[in-house]
Design a protein around this ligand. Structure first.
Ligand code: G3I
Length: 356
């Protein structure tokens, strides 16, 4: 049985890897790994270096200090999504995203909004709206204007539509948004509403597994082209790049290059390299760590191969391993550039060498 390579359930790799992990893929503690010395990542790159962040992280002086020192752009990891903002009664709450926006402003960091429309989140307040298209369309427009308008002049861009393409590449995902406003029209409307709400913000179509599933990548590229042809105000494309240490580097390079050929801005929007999801392939931790560092380097090289004008940002989905979402799948995973103590890893050094 082939498990779906889902990001939200246990992935095929995690199941295989998990079993083999018990077979002795013992990983040394960070303290046993030779330290590497890397200047602040944002001081090396000619493009913005982003990180995902949660409001709670900003209450930790060590972590918030690392974020301010290393990153030049913040993406709220979940608190600018409908799951946080939209209350069950249809009201909105902005305390956490406002705290992240304030931290960005005080520390001179860019703010990137994530995400407006996502198949994975359709809050009860929207589900409860009557079937009439008018009231739903008005609520949809109102939400986008309320959120984008709130950060007008600060947010440099938005993931307007997230993960619209079906995992098998056969068309687009079904969602409350597609059912109520049309499979393609809901996307065009979202871009149009976001443009109206903040004409200066760069507007992105974002997706994942583009480097793992060439058929999905092809459908994503066609969707971006169709949005452009339809006159939707799309400025860029985001490739999340949640990959594992066994990722084929050629597909990684091809993905970023093909996205660049659209002529739009390119955002590596959620980069991390899982070791655990590749444990079924490599038999020991050293090989996994080497594979991870190589992929950090290859991702940096591929991004640097883009014209400078198209390099929107390179965003890590967190800086320290301790905060990675992948820890929920395997607490031993270490996918990020800094270890749990905030020390740079070999992967960070490999990335830094290629962007400097
Ligand atoms: O912090 C609260 C906690 O106080 C509360 O008790 C608990 C109750 O459920 O929720 C906690 O918040 C959770 C939050 O992560 C912080 O851990 C939310 O429930 C949970 O939904 C949220 O998950 C986020 C997920 O997207 C869904 O929004 C992950 O952090 C985040 O890493 C993940 O990011 C996604 C991208 O948006 C899209 N690409 C894939 C990526 C990974 O799945």
């Amino acid at each position: 049985m082939i498990l779906p390579n889902s990001l939200y359930g246990l992935s095929r790799r995690a199941v295989v890897g998990g079993a083999l992990a018990l077979a002795g893929c013992q990983r040394p503690a960070s303290s046993q790994v030779a330290p590497v010395h890397v200047p602040p990542l944002k001081s090396l790159a000619s493009f913005p270096v982003g990180t995902a962040v949660q409001a709670v992280h900003l209450q930790d002086p060590v972590l918030s200090g690392l974020i301010a020192a290393q990153a030049s752009q913040l993406t709220p990891e979940w608190e600018m999504k409908m799951e946080y903002i939209v209350r069950d009664d249809g009201g909105f709450r902005f305390d956490a995203p406002d705290a992240i926006a304030a931290f960005a402003r005080v520390n001179g960091l860019r703010l990137f909004g994530h995400t407006l429309i996502w198949y994975a989140q359709s809050p009860p307040a929207f589900e409860a709206l009557d079937e009439s298209r008018v009231s739903f369309a008005e609520a949809y427009r109102n939400y986008i204007h309320a959120v984008v308008g709130r950060y007008r002049g600060q947010a440099v861009g938005w993931d307007v539509v997230n993960e619209a393409v079906a995992e098998d590449g056969e068309g687009w995902r079904d969602s409350l948004w597609s059912r109520r406003l049309g499979p393609f029209d809901h996307m065009v409307l979202a871009f149009q509403h976001a443009r109206e709400a903040d004409p200066a913000a760069r507007l992105f179509l974002n997706d994942y597994n583009l480097e793992w599933l060439p058929k999905k990548r092809a459908t994503f590229l066609r969707l971006a082209e169709r949005l452009m042809a339809a006159g939707a105000p799309i400025d860029g494309v985001g490739t999340q790049t949640h990959i594992a240490a066994d990722q084929d580097p050629g597909e990684l390079r091809r993905t970023i290059a093909e996205l660049g050929q659209l002529g739009l801005l390119v955002h590596v929007s959620e980069f991390d390299v899982s070791l655990s999801r590749a444990e079924g392939v490599f038999k020991d931790w050293r090989r996994l760590a080497e594979g991870q560092a190589a992929l950090y380097a290859q991702a940096a090289e591929a991004f640097m191969a883009l014209p400078a004008s198209q390099r929107f940002a390179f965003t890590f989905w967190g800086l320290r391993d301790a905060e990675s979402w992948l820890k929920r799948e395997d607490g031993a995973d270490t996918p990020l550039p800094f270890d749990e103590f905030g020390q740079p890893k070999a992967a960070a050094a490999a990335w830094a060498e290629r962007v400097a």
